[in-house]
Design a protein around this ligand. Structure first.
Ligand code: IPE
Ligand code: IPE
Ligand code: MG
Length: 245
């Protein structure tokens, strides 16, 4: 992370939180006559680009959708390769990420992940817990509906125990029980590969996020694409239901 170019954007207009649905690895590989796995490997390089780009631009939080709760439907060999790739990536990158001031955090149902993966995730979180330059949230075995169900379950348990009055339940009651509690909502959500859907990602948190769909396949994503996305974000007018200024 040593080649830090000056940020091009006005810091005030830079999104605080960018979330990315990293899509198109399989199509990238197919277009080259390679196995899908080769696309995932190249995709890991694009993750490096996205992280460096966020640091350069002064973005505070980057959330990456790496494996959805629905991705278990893929062939077992692909799932197992993705888990291995994740472990290799975390082991290989952890030192550099920690040195660059990146705090790593994982969201999603980690109980459903292989045990050694769970231990590695905990280790990465502990090693980087004090870092403040960039919060990197990686969504693994993540599904937004499950996250919302869990938040509702926690509220129900507390209500039954008499600690919460149902009449007092508000948006904060839910937001503070999501896995992203305390993290500002994404200002900008990018999905690569031309697909225009959320695929069960951060449904609550993107209520007012700016959505940006780009045709670039994830393995081809570079810092330049991130800069272009931020440039477009800066031209949008966020009204939150009010009228233009
Ligand atoms: C995204 O790329 C990576 C994961 C979902 C893990 P895909 O593997 O979905 O690539 P396409 O959509 O098949 O091209
Ligand atoms: C969403 O991509 C999940 C991740 C990027 C990890 P998918 O490729 O799995 O989504 P669908 O199946 O096209 O909706
Ligand atoms: Mg896909």
């Amino acid at each position: 992370m040593s080649t830090l170019a000056p940020a091009i954007s006005e810091p005030a207009n830079v999104p605080r939180h960018v979330a990315i649905i990293m899509d198109g690895n399989g199509r990238w590989a197919k277009a080259r006559g390679l196995p899908r796995i080769a696309g995932h490997q190249r995709g890991a390089e694009a993750v490096r680009e996205a992280i460096k780009g966020c640091i350069e631009l002064g973005i505070g939080v980057l959330t990456l959708f790496a494996f959805s709760s629905e991705n278990w439907r893929r062939p077992a060999a692909e799932v197992s390769h993705l888990m291995t790739l994740l472990q290799v990536y975390v082991r290989r990158e952890l030192g550099e990420l920690a040195g660059a001031g990146v705090r790593v955090s994982f969201i999603g149902d980690r109980g459903g992940l292989p045990r050694e993966t769970q231990e590695l995730l905990r280790h990465a979180e502990q090693e980087t817990a004090a870092n403040r330059r960039l919060l990197l949230q990686v969504a693994l075995n993540y599904g937004a509906r499950r996250e919302l169900v869990e938040a509702c379950r926690k509220i129900a348990i507390e209500a039954v125990a008499g600690r919460i009055d149902p009449a007092q339940i508000d948006e904060a009651s839910i937001a503070t029980r999501l896995e992203t509690a305390g993290v500002p909502d994404p200002d900008l959500l990018i999905r690569t590969s031309g697909e225009k859907r959320l695929s069960n990602f951060l449904l609550w948190q993107v209520a007012y996020g700016e959505l940006l769909f780009m045709d670039t396949l994830w393995p081809d994503f570079t810092r330049q694409h991130l800069r272009q996305a931020v440039d477009e974000f800066q031209q949008r007018e966020r009204r939150y239901g009010a009228v233009s200024a």
